[in-house]
Design a protein around this ligand. Sequence first.
Ligand code: HPA
Length: 290
Amino acid sequence: MEAASSCLSQSSYSYEDYKETADWLLANTKQRPKVAIICGSGLGGLAELLGDRNVFQYKDIPRFPISTVQGHAGQLVFGKLQGRECVCMQGRFHFYEGYNIHTVTYPVRVFFLLGVETLIVTNAAGGLNGSYNVGDIMLIKDHINMPGFSGQNPLCGHNDDRFGVRFPCMSDAYDGELRALAKQTAKEQSCDSFLQEGVYCMLAGPTYETIAECKVLQTLGADAVGMSTVPEVVVARHCGLRVLGLSLITNKVVTDYDSTEKANHEEVLRTTRHRTEDLQNLVSHLISKI
Ligand code: HPA
């Protein structure tokens, strides 16, 4: 048994690691959030809106991964949004930064052990769907786990039943009720004119896509492409959290060989700044209804 298990690729974390982190947080804050939010690139402003805040730097939280990237906030913010207690990750861990897939998803299991029931994920994404405009917000209705196709699935390895089943269902990954609530809230907040609903495809990055790759993704039925979110959603669904995903379409991908347009990080950040308030508005009003 010993010899067989040593041949298996293992998650670098045990149940006790996640538990130690969660217990430390529970001992250091009185808040008991039912909602967790993972803020995408440039979308961390949401955490600034929280009242009654308890802020923990990642480096001060036992066993929590450390943000090695310069300029990343790297903090967990507990607080109230529209009167509802939530916990917000300001700065996520990306696979392209060199973190392994278990580290990328570490916070999600901690959220589960804190008693969180709903996960809201936001990201910046490139628009593959020709009818999308820069600045649109896409409700994620499904995903394509491209790194998962090549074995980079965070659930590979030993399954711990205390988190979830060996073969979790993913056909209902993005909660239908939460999406309906988001559509209704978008109407009330006058955001519905730029709200879309579609399929998000994750690539490992950090390169943006070639023209040929974009054409492949369009053929596969993806509406938006990005470099995050999917591993966290897989782990969240494994442990039974309800998920709402929102992509901000920061650029349109290039699919024309004659085009002089080039995907670039500056454009992504510019659009994010432009729409960040609308996205924050949508999420905070939605939270009051969950
Ligand atoms: N491709 C991948 N990731 C992205 C993009 C893109 O065009 N825009 C923002 N994140």
